[in-house]
Design a protein around this ligand. Structure first.
Ligand code: ARG
Ligand code: ZN
Length: 880
């Protein structure tokens, strides 16, 4: 059943208060909900307004209206809701239900993770806890009582402030929590367990003291310090950058091992996947430390962009997610390094969102329909949504954007609103219309921009012509032109950006060397005066818009920009584009059966970058990372995983042999002195050094393997260990099996470390990959019930091992289909994420496409398919 944005209607009943009482037992959980409700308006002609409460997968015990227990014929219980025909204008409703959290494998609603009870309500999980108007525009203050066995569950948590607690008969205990901020049901949370706690405090800018509490299993508390530091940094940063202060007396985070996503911003009580909380040098890599900073910040920032101001309906999801991703990206950019962060954010966008935008499940940042909302927590809603917010900041300037955001929070604090209200606030605060800009929210697809330069030496005039187009996406065959900010510079032969004076502009003030050109029409030309020679264009600097740019540069120009562009993003970009072209040329040569030869100019440019000591090591590591196989496949007419793998391996091996001395020198030069600690500068050096090591091993010589073995044995941290063994295990080098066994011992005591032990094997591009993956799934530490393990094994193989997953036999696809069906019965969200790995089957080589199509069809014929999987599979098969 499809839901449409155009069908939105305000809720017929409001809830002015909700009281919940949870009685938790080993076999069941009993929930008593007491609602104060008021009718908002008459609905049908008969003047009746039926009350419809969402709910499913529960046992209903009783319904009591204004103290009167209702007979079973006074209401209707449907599979997904409870209907009371015509209640009075205002009334108190008490509903008693129960469920079995221990059997709830969907990890949605109230469920168990190990020894604890926890919840996940976004988007529509609350309806598995009790019957309720489970929609974000119904907001109410919550009072929650939790009762449980005292010895097993000494920690009882919910949103807001703890106002009461104590002992009960029979060795039980209770706690009462009150959240004064009205909130939608998706922000409700509850935790009961035997947990350790790391405590700290934060003084807000206005001088209020906030208790900070990080809960985890007792033995994991020692791994919470990085997360705590991240939380304090986030709180300070949001005050300084956006003037946003925290509002409750306590901020709690609980780490749980079984969680579908990264984390959840429940008011005052965030629940986190352990992957984004726990870290020590032996269990977490540098990039996982960064991931913790960014997810802690993300959930914290939601307190304003999401909780204080929330979404009217789920079509507005990007209102909170796009904005909050933008905010966490800006935070990371301030604490790590701006350019490094920007490049990494764009890599994610390009590798995940661009393909999504070009595939059968493409949708606008503000979708207009869905079957299952859980399928819309996508790269488009999150990451493209963040790019759209970033463009607003680019167009309005930092100050203008801040004014707009202040106005948005001021106008809508305590409300559930739409994307439209966000844009209106930006317009009102800046006195500027953003009519055309709104198209970014409603048109799907990645726009393409083509740039052409022409120079007239006599008049010293340069003309830059930009032309945009956007491919059709499902349901949208025609697109109107977008409003695209294009940050532009023109470089002279020394790589200096020249002044950009638009024709007709006064020359009283010095002209800027970078300007944001605004492309609005399908084609526009910009004319610049005083340009003596044809420059090299540096366009879309900092990736100023989520588009595909064709600047029509040749390899020599790309090499020049790779070496000289003063915009760090475009330096990286030019290197990537140069490498991509070289590799695609080799793919073509391989297809013709020609002998392969890696261009000397490319090797020279690569060497120059490696040796450019003016370039920060972290940036250098990024600039020297070859485009992925996935990236190459995106650029082929039909994706050929075998060709992409063969060519990328060939180029790596060539660089290894031809730059061996230089790589070895850099490897030694970038050693990090002293014991491991996570710090961005150290992480950058490690990244560059480990990249050199990886390339040295690509030549498959035994001296390099010895170097890696020493690297492994001398390592005092996960980053270096993983870097040392990955090329050995992925290359199937002689020490591989021994290292797998040894690495297991390092990982055995931590579930998050074990995930890396699993995924390094599942992603090894070796001929026996699939049998190995099947064997891993029988390992005692694997569980199909745990999403992190599913990602570490099935995800790592099907998403991170293209050459083996796309084996011409089709065995990889049959495996995935089998796993999707097994998962779907228990955890539809996890199943849908996995099946999406086949959704772009039409992009592939014919023989592969047909094999994938067959498996998708096989899945579709199963009965009892979840909405989640059904939506992805049917859209994939039906889209042209
Ligand atoms: N709001 C959470 C976040 O981005 C994501 C939770 C989504 N959960 C889900 N089951 N769809 O921070
Ligand atoms: Zn979020």
């Amino acid at each position: 059943q499809t839901r449409y944005l155009k069908d939105y209607a305000p809720p017929p009943y409001a809830v002015s208060a909700i009281q919940l009482r949870f009685e938790l037992f080993e076999e069941s959980a009993r929930v008593t909900s007491t609602l104060e409700m008021q009718r908002q308006h008459r609905q049908d002609e008969a003047g009746q307004t039926p009350l419809m409460l969402d709910g499913h997968d529960m046992t209903l015990h009783s319904v009591t209206l204004d103290g009167q227990k209702l007979d079973t014929d006074a209401y209707i219980v449907e599979p997904e809701r409870l209907v009371i025909a015509n209640p009075p204008e205002r009334f108190t409703l008490e509903i008693v239900t129960s469920s079995k959290p221990q059997d709830n494998a969907s990890l949605e609603g109230l469920y168990r993770s190990g020894d604890m009870f926890c919840t996940q309500c976004e988007a529509e999980g609350f309806r598995k806890i009790t019957y309720y108007p489970d929609r974000p525009d119904v907001m109410a203050p919550y009072t929650v009582t939790i009762e449980a066995d005292k010895a097993r569950y000494p920690t009882l948590l919910s949103n807001g402030n703890r106002i009461d607690g104590g002992d009960l008969p029979d060795g039980r205990r209770f706690a009462v929590w009150q959240d004064p901020f009205p909130k939608p049901s998706y922000l409700f949370a509850l935790v009961a367990g035997n947990l350790g706690c790391l405590r700290d405090a934060f003084i807000t800018q206005s001088g209020r003291r906030v208790a900070l509490e990080l809960y985890a299993r007792e033995q994991d508390v020692a791994q919470c310090h990085h997360a705590m530091a991240a939380l304090k940094k986030s709180m300070r940063w949001d005050e300084e950058r956006f003037g946003r202060e925290y509002d409750l007396d306590v901020y709690m985070i609980v780490a749980v091992g079984d969680f579908n996503m990264g984390a959840m911003e429940n008011k005052g009580l965030n629940i986190f996947n352990t992957k984004y909380v726990l870290a020590n040098p032996d269990t977490a890599t540098d990039s996982e430390y960064e991931g913790i900073d960014s997810v802690i910040a993300h959930e914290y920032f939601h307190n304003w962009s999401g909780n204080r101001v929330t979404c009217r309906d789920w079509f507005q999801l990007s209102l909170k997610e796009g904005l909050t991703v933008f905010r966490d990206q800006e935070f990371s950019s301030d604490i790590v390094s701006g350019p490094v962060q920007r490049i990494n954010d764009v890599r994610v966008l390009r590798s995940h969102q661009f393909p999504e935008d070009a595939g059968p499940t493409a949708h606008p940042v503000q979708p207009d329909s869905y079957i299952e909302i859980n399928n819309f927590y996508t790269n488009t809603v999150y990451n493209k949504g963040a790019e759209v917010v970033r463009m607003l900041q680019t167009l309005l300037g930092r100050d203008g954007f801040r004014k707009g955001l202040d106005l948005y929070f001021e106008r809508h604090d305590g409300q559930a609103v739409t994307v439209e209200e966000f844009i209106s606030a930006m317009e009102a605060a800046n006195g500027r219309a953003l009519t055309q800009f709104r198209l970014w929210y409603v048109q799907a697809g990645t726009p393409q921009v083509r740039a052409a330069l022409s120079h007239d030496a006599a008049s010293q005039r340069l003309t830059l012509t930009l032309r945009q187009s956007c491919p059709a996406t499902p349901g949208q065959s025609f697109k109107q032109p977008f409003h695209i900010p294009i940050a532009t510079a023109l470089l002279d032969q020394q790589g200096q950006a020249i002044p950009l004076r638009l024709v007709g502009e006064s020359n009283a003030a010095p002209a800027p060397t970078e300007r944001v050109l605004e492309l609005r029409a399908t084609e526009e030309s910009f004319h610049f005066d005083g340009v003596a020679q044809m420059p090299t264009p540096s366009l879309l600097r900092g990736f100023s818009a989520p588009v595909k740019l064709d600047a029509q540069l040749d390899n020599a120009q790309l090499a020049f920009l790779w070496a000289h562009d003063s915009d760090p993003f475009n330096r990286w970009e030019s290197g990537q584009e140069y490498a991509t072209r070289v590799m695609l040329g080799l793919v073509a040569a391989r297809a013709r059966g020609d002998s392969l030869n890696l261009d000397e100019n490319f090797v020279d440019a690569f060497r120059a970058c490696l040796q450019d000591d003016a370039l920060d090591p972290a940036l250098r590591a990024l600039a020297l990372t070859l485009p992925s196989e996935g990236h190459l496949m995106e650029r082929m007419t039909l994706a050929d995983p075998q060709a992409a793998h063969a060519i990328r391996s060939f180029v790596r091996a060539q660089l290894s042999v031809r730059l061996e001395a230089e790589l070895l020198t850099a490897y030694h030069a970038f050693r990090v002195a002293g014991a491991y600690r996570y710090a961005p500068l150290d992480a950058g050096r490690r990244a560059l050094r480990n990249l050199c090591l990886d390339l040295l091993l690509a030549g498959q010589d035994s001296a390099a393997e010895t170097l890696a073995l020493n690297h492994y044995h001398n390592a005092d941290n996960m980053t270096d260990r993983l870097a040392a063994i990955t090329p050995i295990i992925h290359g199937g080098l002689p020490h591989s099996d021994k290292l797998i066994a040894d690495f297991y011992i390092h990982c055995a005591s931590s579930a998050n470390a074990l995930d890396k032990w699993f995924s390094i094997q599942a992603s090894a591009p070796l001929p026996d990959a699939l049998p190995r993956v099947r064997a891993l799934m029988t390992h005692q530490d694997f569980s199909l019930r745990n999403p992190n393990k599913v990602r570490a094994v099935i995800g790592a193989f099907c998403g991170g091992n293209p050459v083996r997953f796309h084996d011409a036999s089709g065995a990889g696809y049959a495996f995935l289909a089998e796993q999707v069906l097994a998962l779907d019965a228990a955890n539809p969200q996890a199943a849908a994420r996995m099946v999406a790995l086949m959704s772009r089957w039409r992009r592939f080589r014919r023989d592969l496409a047909e094999l994938m199509q067959k498996q998708l069809q096989r899945i579709l014929t199963q009965d009892k398919l979840s909405n989640d999987v059904y939506e992805i599979v049917s859209k994939s098969l039906n889209a042209p």
